[in-house]
Ligand binder design. Structure first.
Ligand code: DC
Length: 233
């Protein structure tokens, strides 16, 4: 039996990957991998155990042992770490920052590789991340690389934060986004870059339905839509 099809949606944070890939997974009835959440949860586990972001071996061991569960579907998901609901902490800006730092260590990425590949199950998987198309699922049926200007991404993030009742300063967020992009793009392993066979979609001036429409068209061109609809196991 051939492996379940994968659609990869990679790109920097704030480009709309999360929203688009969740909506697509729900629409197709496919499984969903939020790979950034794995790095974020590892950052939380490290913080709780006082493991420094420079203790590479300890971080890799923690990544191997992580007891993690995604509860619910792609649209309403809770993330459990050792049975405790850590969802609000996962989404915090500081957690993303720490995740970006530990994600630069090759042994940490290696330790999370198999765990990510286990999400590939019939009828299919939508995988959201940075290196889904380049490293984790190089044989994916469709690879998208979603981009948007740093300023636009900061504005979107500020809106999300204020909806959560958290303070947001667009200038500071833009600076943080640029710094994180730079680190993700220039790290030695699995840097943030489109796969050679990825389609780059710029969402700076597109809203989510507009991006989804483009993605649907590309998926349909590859015969991916309509397959397994509503049969998510
Ligand atoms: O997508 P996100 O913002 O939740 O990801 C948080 C950090 O995790 C991001 O700055 C870099 C890292 N990451 C990664 O290195 N590889 C992935 N596939 C996903 C995330």
């Amino acid at each position: 039996m051939s492996a379940a099809p994968v659609i990869c949606i990679d790109g920097p944070s704030g480009a709309g990957k999360g929203t688009v890939s969740r909506a697509l997974a729900a629409e197709l009835g496919w499984h969903f991998l939020d790979s950034g959440a794995l790095y974020r949860v590892l950052a939380i586990a490290a913080e709780d155990r006082a493991v420094a972001l420079t203790q590479v071996d300890a971080l890799a061991a923690l990544a191997q042992a992580l007891e993690l569960a995604f509860d619910g579907d792609a649209m309403a998901e809770r993330i459990l770490l050792y049975g405790e609901d850590v969802t609000p902490r996962v989404r915090a800006e500081a957690t993303g920052e720490r995740a970006s730092r530990l994600a630069a260590h090759p042994p940490v990425r290696e330790a999370l590789l198999e765990r990510q590949r286990r999400f590939r199950m019939p009828p299919g998987l939508v995988a959201d991340g940075r290196d889904m198309g380049t490293v984790v699922f190089p044989d994916a049926a469709l690879k998208l690389f979603l981009i948007a200007s740093p300023e636009e991404r900061a504005r979107r993030r500020a809106k999300q934060l204020s909806q959560l009742g958290l303070d947001a300063n667009v200038r500071q967020l833009t600076a943080g986004i640029r710094a994180r992009d730079e680190r993700d793009r220039t790290r030695r392993v699995a840097p943030l870059q489109p796969a050679e066979d990825a389609r780059v979609v710029d969402s700076t001036t597109l809203d989510i339905p507009g991006v989804l429409q483009q993605v649907r068209t590309l998926a349909a061109e590859r015969g991916l839509t309509g397959r397994g609809m509503g049969t998510r196991s």
